[in-house]
Design a protein around this ligand. Structure first.
Ligand code: PPE
Length: 308
């Protein structure tokens, strides 16, 4: 999905005009993948535009930077203020996708990244349904990738590092080349990890199940965490459990979670239809609860929103 230019991007303390938000071609992160990033959404709510779970995202950003030994140079409050400035400067009232990025900039190109400065940028643009509006209603198709998720001792899966997305990109390329919407990756030991940029859930016999992130080598998704709370509050039994690919094939329902995809149903995987082959009732209830929460229509989850 193409990026729609907005007016300004926050770069190292300044709001820079969109077209002038550039880096040198010898930027370290371009060569060695030495960046960490976040995807955050701001939604239109009755009280105005609000950022969903901002603190959790910024905390994860700083944790990712810590793993890569990158001193961020701004604390959580300063980063939050920068996010608000970007939203205020670019908001069309429709909601925004926000992309904070901490990266090693221009300076040196040796593998010792510490010789290059740590830079911070925050961009925002309107991004609709990541896999399309139809996907939210009808569901997407998946395939199990031949590419495995990283071993956490090769590339730390808990850090949202730019370089680690080569793995996700390979899996997605393989899937789309095969005419399938998305890819599920297995961990090195062959258990379900996550999709290319989403966490995975199944609903089996009324129980909502997702793999344990550290064991599965999956990112601790903030949407995943929100959905676990929403599902529990809706009265469903919720469990984290190791899943095999047959657990996916035999599930009654399956869905993906992520800031970009929000809650997207899965209708088939590896040529096997999931349940009835369309959005299931539990998925629909969780999806509705999620959209109500992000749009400020559920007072119970008001603490998840920071009105800008
Ligand atoms: N796993 C991966 C690998 C991942 O990239 C994401 C977010 C998630 C799980 C879900 O995390 P959360 O957003 O906190 O619920 N993927 C981002 C999109 C990546 C991309 O560059 O595209 C996102 O959803 O913003």
């Amino acid at each position: 999905m193409p990026v729609t230019p907005t007016s300004t991007i926050w770069m190292d303390g300044d709001l820079v005009e969109w077209d002038l938000a550039r880096v040198h071609v010898l930027t370290h992160a371009l060569h060695h993948g030495t960046g960490v990033f976040e995807g955050i959404r701001a939604y239109a709510t009755p009280k105005g535009t609000a950022v969903f779970r901002l603190h959790a995202h910024l905390e994860r950003l700083c944790n990712s930077a810590k793993v890569l030994m990158m001193p961020v140079g701004y604390d959580l409050d300063e980063l939050a203020a920068a996010v608000f400035a970007v939203v205020r400067g670019n908001d069309g009232g429709e909601g925004l996708y926000l992309r904070p990025l901490v990266y090693r900039g221009y300076g040196a190109l040796d593998l010792d990244a510490t010789a290059s400065p740590v830079c911070v940028a925050i961009a925002a643009w309107p991004w609709g349904a990541y896999l399309g509006d139809e996907a939210l209603a009808r569901g997407v198709t998946l395939q199990t990738s031949t590419w495995r998720r990283h071993d956490p001792n090769s590339i730390p899966t808990a850090a949202k590092a730019t370089g680690s997305y080569v793995n996700s990109g390979l899996a997605l390329l393989e899937a789309t080349a095969a005419g399938v919407d998305e890819a599920v990756l297995l961990s090195p030991d062959g258990r379900v990890s996550e999709a290319s940029g989403e966490n995975v859930f199944v609903v089996t016999d009324g129980v909502v199940v997702t793999p344990p992130t550290s064991k599965a080598g999956a990112l601790a998704g903030i949407t995943r965490d929100s959905v676990l709370t929403l599902a529990r509050d809706l009265g469903y039994e919720v469990r984290t459990a190791t899943l095999t690919r047959t657990d996916l094939y035999l599930a009654d329902e399956m869905f993906l979670t992520g800031t970009a995809v929000e809650v997207t149903p899965v209708r088939a995987i590896d040529g096997r239809t999931i349940g009835s082959g369309s959005r299931g009732p539990v998925t629909e209830a969780i999806q509705a609860a999620y959209f109500a929460a992000v749009h400020g229509e559920s007072p119970r989850y008001a603490a998840w929103l920071d009105v800008v």
